[in-house]
Design a protein around this ligand. Structure first.
Ligand code: GTP
Length: 348
């Protein structure tokens, strides 16, 4: 033991040559690289886990909301399978109220027996025509104008949307632009009080575009992030009301350049495919930027979402899945299609 230490001490100090020193540097930098890469990988894995969790949550929301739609497709495919025949898929899509033209488009060229992967690809593709919307760097205030027929769920959806934005830490102001019915102003005021957001309103019969102007001006003065303006329910055939809608849009742009930033059409999901004609007509009148489908929980026609998005070439931003303020979920084609396929296919 002693001799060992002695020997080592007596040895002349070794000077590392250039080759060794470069080798050491490289080894150190590989070590650093490894630990950086490891921490990056860890971060990516964490992010992936959060994404998977969010997808799972969305999927379970859809599964709850689509109970009635699932019940009808299960009449066609009662047992989960690995491969499902072309005819059965066609029949279950019809049951779910997907338009026949869309079914033909989605299934063109698929084999007699169809795997989950094959069908998933085709169904997700049906949503791809809709333009992608970039939600970063939104103008302040961001103005949304809510359009739809009577009873589609406009007022309730405005409350849900305001609640969601507030929970995300953003400020919101509502404009009671449905001046046609006193009850509509009252209903929106009750929601505003419940979720604790300010509201601009006027008396029944007064000019709706003046309410829109005042709401945007107030948001600018108070530095509020989001404006949501209600409008009276109307049919695409009511010329006077549609001229009023055009006027509201024009007046919004006078209150703030490029406002309204989003004209959102609220469609009643229980109407299935018949809601498409309605939305097409409004799209021609004022130009629609996106869709919110309500009452998905109350219908077996959930498949209409495929036709709605594909035919209108518009994004579905949210779906309503109940009457409470929390019952609004962000729409994701992937989670929607996956929850549908989970009902009929054995997982891969
Ligand atoms: N089950 C269910 N009911 C909903 C949903 N969204 C709205 N509703 C109900 O649908 C009914 C009509 O909703 P409103 O928000 O009053 O509809 P509106 O478009 O403002 O109607 P008008 O005031 O007549 O213009 C109400 O009873 C809502 O509670 C939903 O996602 N699911």
């Amino acid at each position: 033991m002693f001799s060992f230490f002695k020997k080592k001490k007596d040895l002349p100090e070794e000077k590392p040559n250039l080759e060794q020193s470069v080798k050491k540097d490289i080894e150190e930098s590989i070590d650093n690289f490894d630990s950086n890469a490891a921490s990056n990988n860890l971060q990516i894995e964490e992010e992936k886990k959060v994404e998977v969790k969010q997808d799972e949550e969305k999927k379970s929301f859809f599964s709850r909301a689509l109970e009635k739609t699932f019940a009808s497709i299960k009449n066609v495919v009662p047992q989960k399978k690995e491969k499902i025949s072309f005819d059965e898929i066609e029949e279950l899509l019809i049951e779910a109220d997907v338009e026949y033209e869309i079914i033909e488009k989605a299934m063109n060229g698929l084999p007699d027996m169809i795997t989950r992967k094959q069908l998933r690809h085709r169904l997700v593709m049906l949503f791809e025509h809709a333009p992608k919307v970039d939600f970063s760097n939104l103008p302040k205030p961001y103005v949304r104008l809510i359009i739809g027929v009577n009873g589609a769920g406009k007022t309730t959806t405005i409350a849900k949307l305001a609640n969601k934005l507030k929970k995300e830490g953003k400020s919101v102001i509502l404009g009671a632009g449905d001046t046609f019915r006193a009850a509509a102003i009252e209903q929106l005021s009750t929601w505003a009080a419940k979720i604790d957001v300010p509201i601009i309103k006027t008396k029944q019969g007064h000019d709706a575009s003046a309410v829109a102007f005042d709401t945007i001006s107030s948001a600018i003065a108070r530095n509020i992030d989001n404006v949501i303006i209600d409008t009276a329910g109307r049919l695409q055939t009511q010329t006077n009301l549609n001229n009023e809608l055009k006027k509201i849009v024009k007046v919004c742009s006078k209150a703030m350049e490029n406002a309204p930033h989003q004209k959102l059409m609220i469609l009643d999901g229980t109407q299935g495919n018949s809601a498409i004609a309605q939305a097409k007509a409004f799209n021609e009148i004022v130009g629609i930027d996106g869709i919110i489908v309500t009452k998905l929980d109350g219908t077996a026609k959930g498949g209409a979402l495929f036709s709605i998005s594909n035919q209108l070439e518009l994004p579905i931003f949210y779906v309503g899945i109940g009457e409470k303020q929390e019952d609004l979920i962000e729409f994701s084609p992937d989670s929607f299609v996956d929850s549908l396929l989970d009902e009929i296919y054995i997982s891969e």
